[in-house]
Write a protein that binds this ligand. Structure first.
Ligand SMILES: Nc1ncnc2c1ncn2[C@@H]1O[C@H](COP(=O)(O)OP(=O)(O)OP(=O)(O)O)[C@@H](O)[C@H]1O
Ligand SMILES: [Mg+2]
Length: 502
């Protein structure tokens, strides 16, 4: 009964300096099926994706397409073979418009016909955007878009190629629930059209909805293949991390201290309106809201990255002026930004340098930057967060997505800050590492730090926070103690006015 695979890899291995990213991996994607690829951060999923997309060459192994052995020497080869990929790290060109990005590399017409062609492209782009329920002008330059919107454009670009193999590497990591549901509806159609789909996600609850079969990878190897998508989650987690995870949210009881951060009547024109909040020493304050509710802008404004038109900030009971990240850091604040590539990391620098980036003052107190000191600091954080790296001097660009996220957090911790602002800290992080980050947040709180966590995931907000602020359209819509909150009430409070009532 089994249909010939649209693409099959056999015995594929890939070694990077110090890392065996893939060891003799087999995988077959069949037409009309969604094949979920699971694995911890650094398990080798994206490397496999890149090999199937012609972006990386394997050291060993074969690839066949429709039963024919093929060498995918370049991404262009893969494209010609009908393979379309949404990469984990977005690959849009910021200076081009949405429409230009969607049709990039497929523009065939030059000369006078070009203008006509452009109008046509824009119309098509608009139609395709609407298929995912997004209403945005296709002539907008990509650089003006939020990450969520960039991810949507990236997905649409891949879908627009009418591929026979569609590979999606964490497509929903920045999407709202609604956008995710729209994407799933599209995937259902594409699957029905007989496309072979490979789907990667750390949101395990998505598997049953979207998957047909599941392959689990660990440390570069396949540890279980072709499991049904109905396999119990606990079993999949055990296969992924090699142990079972009992309670995802470790219990915590911390004596709350005095207010460490007090923000009053903060307004950022266009995104945040009259927001006040207080976080005490030892407290974890969760901020929930839908994408676009103003949460990221709020954190950025507190950290001096966004210009507020009014509002005051007090640290430790004293009014402070924070007009730049430098001042914020001096007052003991740290920000873990949502977009690790644009704001969080310097990809060309080493893990060590990135971790020590905001502490360069401290490390270079005696003039020259002390290598010993930064090495010590980096090693401490690498161990604390269990960042998977061959060594501290490897370039950040060589780390898996989830491990890059850990480096961003490590840097905030290395700065010795007392007030931590974390924007979607577990985005793209595997279940095991998520629990480690939760434990770490608890530990920081128990050391008397104040922690603010922005998250779009309700279980995470409910599991972590002492108090929860819900934002809606730039304002605080409600503040709950953990005990008084449940998924239903939080979601209601987050929905735009008018849509809340059932
Ligand atoms: N260009 C590279 N140079 C060196 N090492 C690399 C490179 N790309 C990946 N690696 C290493 O290969 C291993 C597998 O990485 P990969 O990105 O495939 O993991 P992943 O399963 O996609 O993880 P994540 O869930 O975090 O995205 C990791 O240890 C990573 O550090
Ligand atoms: Mg990856």
């Amino acid at each position: 009964m089994s249909v010939a695979p649209a693409i099959e890899v056999r015995g594929v291995s890939k070694t990077y300096p110090g890392v065996r990213a893939l060891r003799s991996v087999d995988l077959a994607l069949r037409p009309g099926e969604v094949h979920v690829l699971l694995g911890e951060n650094g398990a080798g999923k994206s490397t496999l994706v890149k090999i199937m997309s012609g972006a990386v060459q394997p050291d060993e192994g074969q690839i066949s397409i429709d039963g024919q052995e093929s060498a995918l020497a370049t991404p262009h080869d893969a494209q010609v073979a009908g393979i379309s990929t949404v990469y984990q790290e977005l690959s849009l060109v910021p200076d081009l418009t949405i429409a230009q990005n969607i049709f990039l590399g497929r523009e065939t017409v030059a000369g006078p016909a070009k203008l006509l062609r452009r109008n046509q492209m824009e119309r098509q782009a608009r139609e395709k955007l609407q298929l995912l329920g997004v209403d945005v002008d296709p002539t907008t330059p990509v650089r003006e878009l939020s990450i969520a919107m960039r991810q949507v454009v990236e997905i649409i670009r891949a879908l627009a190629r009418d591929a026979k193999v569609l590979i999606l590497d964490e497509p929903t990591s920045s999407l709202s629930q609604q956008e995710t549901q729209e994407l799933f509806a599209r995937i259902d159609q594409i699957r029905a059209d007989g496309v072979a789909i490979c789907y990667i996600s750390h949101r395990l609850e998505e598997i049953e909805r979207i998957g047909d079969r599941v392959t689990v990878m660990r440390d570069g190897q396949v540890v279980a293949s072709d499991l049904p998508a109905t396999t119990p989650l606990a079993e999949l987690v055990r296969l992924m991390v090699g142990r079972s995870i009992e309670s995802e949210f470790p219990p915590r009881s911390v004596e709350l201290g005095d207010p460490l951060l007090e923000v009053e009547h903060l307004t950022v024109p266009g995104s945040v309106t009259d927001v006040s909040l207080t976080v005490r020493a030892g407290e974890v304050l969760g901020i929930f809201g839908l994408v676009g509710a103003g949460r990221t802008e709020l954190l950025r404004a507190i950290f001096g990255l966004e210009k507020a038109s009014s509002g005051t900030t007090a640290v430790d009971g004293h009014q402070v002026q924070i007009r730049s990240p430098r001042q914020a850091i001096r007052h003991g604040l740290a920000l873990v930004p949502e977009e690790r590539h644009a704001q969080g990391l310097v990809l060309g620098m080493s893990v060590r340098e990135n971790i020590c980036l905001s502490t360069l003052d401290e490390c270079s107190r005696l003039g020259a930057l002390s290598k010993d000191r930064t090495a010590q600091m980096a090693d401490a954080q690498i161990e604390r967060l269990r960042v998977k790296v061959p060594d501290r001097d490897v370039r950040v660009a060589a780390l898996s997505g989830g491990n890059q996220q850990k480096v961003v957090i490590a840097r905030a911790l290395a700065a010795g800050s007392r007030i931590l602002l974390l924007d979607e800290p577990t985005r793209g992080v595997d279940v095991g590492a998520k629990v480690e980050i939760y434990e770490l947040i608890n530990k920081l709180a128990s050391e008397g730090k104040a922690v603010v966590v922005v998250s779009s995931e309700l279980p995470e907000i409910l599991g972590l926070s002492d108090r929860i602020v819900v934002m809606r359209q730039g304002r605080v819509s409600v503040v709950h103690d953990r005990e008084a909150a449940d998924q239903e009430t939080l979601l209601q409070a987050a929905l735009p006015v008018g849509e809340g009532a059932a």
